[in-house]
Design a protein around this ligand. Structure first.
Ligand SMILES: [Zn+2]
Length: 252
């Protein structure tokens, strides 16, 4: 019942938001990969973005003022992956904190002697299970090509839907887990070998960190540079196309 109530509230709040077509165009121009989505699906993405904004609490950190363009841009990118999965998959948390550029998270780690070491970790984003998503914001044009912090962190959120971040999100009933593993495992192993050899793969080498990062980076590439993924790791592309219910390479 609460889920239905929440859905009704976010729809009602989205109904009240007025975004001019000029503003949509301005924001979407900064996100050229949205053109890989069939044009008839754009209204659905825009509508979902408004419901996303109605449902989430987004705050700027370190003095970053979040104007409507930034909010719309984050919402469009967060909703693109779940356009066919549905917004309810993001229902177990509300907070998003946005930093100007990369930011530092203080961490501590205990070694085998029990000595705690403290250090600063410079990151572009982080997603906490059941908690907020932290993102860095780059002005359009400032962002590193092929890197999409928003899609990356929201892919981690999808991955967490069934427990830890391990590169295995909750799959729909028509997708056998064995096929997912059969595509991702050999691709990940191949990728790690290529990164070890210092090969320029075209993909963010951070994907070699662990299978969870591999899934998040491959998801970024799926939406931002789909042909690169389809050529490099066709079986991974195929699984992501089925999981996300989209085929961006067809229009790239
Ligand atoms: Zn990550």
């Amino acid at each position: 019942m609460f889920a239905a109530l929440r859905r009704w509230r976010r729809r009602r709040a989205a109904d009240r938001m007025q975004i001019s077509s000029d503003q949509w165009h301005r924001v979407e121009t900064g996100l050229p990969f949205l053109d890989y989505l069939p044009p008839e699906e754009r209204p659905r993405l825009r509508r979902m973005a408004l419901e996303f904004l109605a449902d989430k609490e987004i705050h700027g950190a370190e003095g970053l003022v979040l104007d409507d363009d930034i909010l719309l841009s984050i919402a469009l990118q967060a909703c693109l992956p779940v356009l066919h999965i549905g917004l309810d998959v993001y229902a177990d948390w509300v907070g998003i904190v946005v930093y100007p550029g990369d930011f530092v998270i203080p961490r501590s780690i205990a070694d085998e002697d029990g000595v705690v070491h403290e250090y600063d970790d410079e990151v572009l984003g982080e997603a906490w299970e059941g908690g907020p998503v932290l993102l860095s914001w780059f002005e359009p044009g400032e962002a590193v090509e092929g890197v999409n912090v928003v899609i990356h962190e929201f892919a981690h959120k999808l991955d967490m839907g069934n427990g830890e971040v391990d590169g295995y999100p909750a799959l729909p009933a028509h997708m056998p887990a064995a096929e997912w593993a059969g595509a991702f495992k050999p691709a990940y192993e191949d990728f790690c070998l290529r990164v070890d050899r210092d090969e320029d793969t075209g993909f963010d080498p951070y994907a070699a960190e662990d299978p969870g990062e591999f899934f998040a980076v491959m998801s970024e590439t799926f939406f931002e540079a789909p042909r690169l993924l389809k050529t490099g790791y066709p079986a991974v592309y195929d699984q992501l196309a089925r999981y996300y219910g989209q085929d961006p390479a067809a229009r790239a």
